[in-house]
Design a protein around this ligand. Structure first.
Ligand code: ZZB
Length: 258
């Protein structure tokens, strides 16, 4: 399965990120890049997650743009035609996730067009880009993390205002209504982002329910089923240049020559 790489342009860096990044990117626009399997949910983005202890880099993509992601992801992109010149891995800055918290970014296609970067415990450095765009309406992990952050802003070292955007209904399903993730989290009695086993089950339910029984409530393909809309939203994002195809080598099928 191929990811959609969503380009979230940095609009205003946190003070720590500003100190680390400003003046070091050769005038390039910098994008935090989130890898998603659910482009049809992008209307409901409310924030962006990074891992506090994960090492990120800002990598030159071409003369005009740079991507913030893990080095592993930058390496993959370099060989997938995303980077010019092809194969080039040029790290302009190295930065720890915790320094990015509070950065304001663009969320393409979202009903809330600007969102904040927040910390999530469960972000894996070994998957996707290490940057996750948050859709609490349809992702149980995102919903539970947002609730945790709102409950304990001091503990998580965030401003309450950064976690203020509520989940946005984007898909309706017969069983869970127009906010599937909150409904499933409640049904499974999940209390915290540390309930990883139940959250994995919740994710599985949310994926299946959304994909097989979901109908779009918003956007260009409103009224269409998720199965119909998924690819169309992706194409639309690719066409507008706000997203690109990103594959993980592990997921690639190497075809044998006949
Ligand atoms: C937006 C989104 C909206 C996502 C949704 C899911 C859902 P999977 O299926 O387990 O392989 N993700 C991406 N990279 C990481 C990472 N490095 N660490 C932790 N989580 C990551 O995971 C794919 C999904 O996990 C991606 O799709 C991303 O969140 C997150 F409504 O992007 B998704 C029911 C799920 N709904």
């Amino acid at each position: 399965q191929e990811y959609t790489g969503v380009k979230m342009e940095a609009l205003e860096w946190s003070p720590a990120a500003k100190a680390a990044i400003e003046g070091k990117v050769g005038g390039r626009k910098v994008f935090l890049v989130a890898a998603t399997f659910r482009p049809e949910t992008m209307y409901g983005q409310t924030n962006c997650f990074v891992g506090n202890t994960i090492k990120y880099g800002v990598f030159a993509i071409n003369d005009k743009e740079a991507f913030l992601c893990t080095e592993r992801a930058a390496r993959n992109m370099a060989f997938q035609g995303t980077v010019t010149p092809r194969g080039n891995v040029e790290r302009l800055v190295e930065i720890e996730g915790s320094k990015l918290i509070g950065t304001r970014v663009k969320a393409p296609f979202s009903i809330n067009p600007e969102v904040f970067v927040l910390p999530m415990d469960g972000v894996l450095a070994t998957k996707g880009t290490g940057v996750v765009t948050s859709v609490p309406s349809d992702s149980p992990d995102d919903y539970q993390t947002l609730m945790d952050l709102r409950k304990k802003p001091e503990f998580y070292k965030i401003e309450p205002a950064w976690a203020a955007i509520d989940p946005v209904p984007v898909i309706v399903t017969p069983t869970y209504g127009d906010l599937a993730a909150p409904a499933i989290v409640k049904a499974l009695k999940i209390q915290s982002q540390k309930d990883t086993k139940q959250l994995a089950e919740a994710k599985d339910i949310a994926y299946k329910e959304g994909f097989y029984n979901g109908t779009m409530l918003v956007g260009e393909f409103k009224g269409e089923t998720v199965q119909e809309a998924k690819g169309k939203v992706r194409e639309s994002m690719l066409k507008e240049g706000v997203a690109f195809a990103y594959a993980e080598p592990e997921g690639l099928v190497i075809s044998r020559s006949a």
